[in-house]
Design a binder for this molecule. Structure first.
Ligand code: ATP
Ligand code: MG
Length: 331
């Protein structure tokens, strides 16, 4: 049996090149080596208020983006988290064995709670739900960007705790990070991670941005006070632009150095912009075709849910049985 892969993206805004390079592009590359499940994690998205109509539209848009990027629905299951009640159910069961101290330590919780006046419980519980997503399918591999590595580590801790309390139940998941661009930084501020939920026009290149907008955002990116590219000492903004180019082009370090050493920032930005546009244009064309085909995306999501629900339900049954809760076999 092939090992199972699981990963997800929140329908909480416009998908950007960080999501592509850190997660989605990797999924496409590795999907056929595993039994793959890719999840639109809408229950995670509502940890921050989402206007219902926008959320509904985003879920469909993201499914279309997965398909346009090259996720093969015949092989990989594309699912919406809220279509499968077992995610929320397992999350509760795991909540009951997770110390809150583990959750308060999470970097993302600290960062996200700082920006909010009222901190919702969902923001704190977020990593437990993510652990449930992973453990529900006994996933061995979780391909994510660098920012999610801590949450996968927590999923391991939770799994270990469950296994030691109730007996071997869960497969231990491990992170798989991309080699280049595991952490794409904001183009306006290269000291913070590029994020869907960050505000500001110059922050991110969205995967569905028209070419003119992509060029504009990259040409305005923050660099440093040097006059050209110096591989011996460069600021985070220049490093980020080079990383983006390298991840899209798949050039080696040697090729990068030979080509970009000493290049003026205006030229660097032009080349980065053209590289990004050339990679995104065919993807955007496929997206338009897929999203305009009536019923296609809905069919893929239904099929995905039907394929994985039995796995999810049997894990919940197993867990409930181990914990002494009522299951069908209970007498
Ligand atoms: P939000 O601001 O809503 O949290 P996000 O951009 O962080 O959005 P997520 O849906 O939280 O996106 O994450 C989806 C996947 O994309 C995860 O695997 C995450 O590690 C990866 N990812 C997110 N941002 C980046 C980034 N800047 N660079 C590389 N990978 C990223
Ligand atoms: Mg995030």
């Amino acid at each position: 049996m092939r090992a199972r892969v699981l990963s997800g993206i929140q329908p909480s805004g416009n998908l950007h090149i960080g999501n592509y390079l850190g997660a989605l592009g990797n999924w496409v590359r590795i999907q056929h080596d595993y039994e793959s499940i890719f999840c639109i994690v809408d229950l995670h998205a509502i940890t921050v208020h989402q206007p219902p109509e926008e959320l509904r539209a985003k879920i469909r848009e993201i499914a279309g983006i997965f398909l346009a990027a090259g996720i093969d629905p015949k092989h990989s299951s594309i699912i919406v988290q809220s279509m499968i009640p077992a995610h929320a159910e397992l999350a509760w069961l795991l909540t009951c064995l997770t110390p809150v101290g583990w959750l308060y330590r999470m970097t993302q919780f600290k960062a996200k709670s700082e920006t909010q006046e009222t901190i919702l419980d969902g923001i704190l519980q977020y990593p437990v739900l993510m652990a449930a997503d992973i453990l529900l399918y006994q996933a061995a591999i979780v391909p994510v960007g660098n920012d999610q590595a801590q949450h996968v580590e927590l999923a391991r801790d939770i799994a270990q705790r469950f296994n030691s309390l109730y007996g071997e139940t869960f497969v231990m998941p491990k992170t798989e990070l991309p080699l280049v661009a595991a952490r794409v930084m904001g183009l306006d501020d290269p000291t913070v991670k590029m994020s869907k939920s960050a505000k500001g026009a110059g922050h991110a290149v969205a995967l569905l941005d028209p070419p003119a907008a992509i060029r504009k955002t990259i040409m305005r990116a923050t660099t440093d006070s040097n006059s050209g590219v110096d591989f011996e000492g460069m600021g985070p903004g220049v490093r980020n632009l080079l990383n983006i180019f390298q991840a899209f082009s798949e050039w080696t370090d040697e090729q990068m150095q030979a080509h970009f050493s000493g290049m003026r920032y205006g030229d660097l930005k032009k080349q980065v912009a053209e590289m990004v546009v050339s990679r995104l244009e065919p993807f955007q064309q496929r997206y338009r075709e897929i999203s305009s085909e009536p019923g296609f995306i809905e069919g893929v999501l239904k099929e995905g849910a039907e394929r994985v629900a039995p796995i999810a339900n049997s894990t919940v049954d197993l867990v409930k049985g181990r914990m002494g809760l009522y299951t069908e076999g209970t007498t």
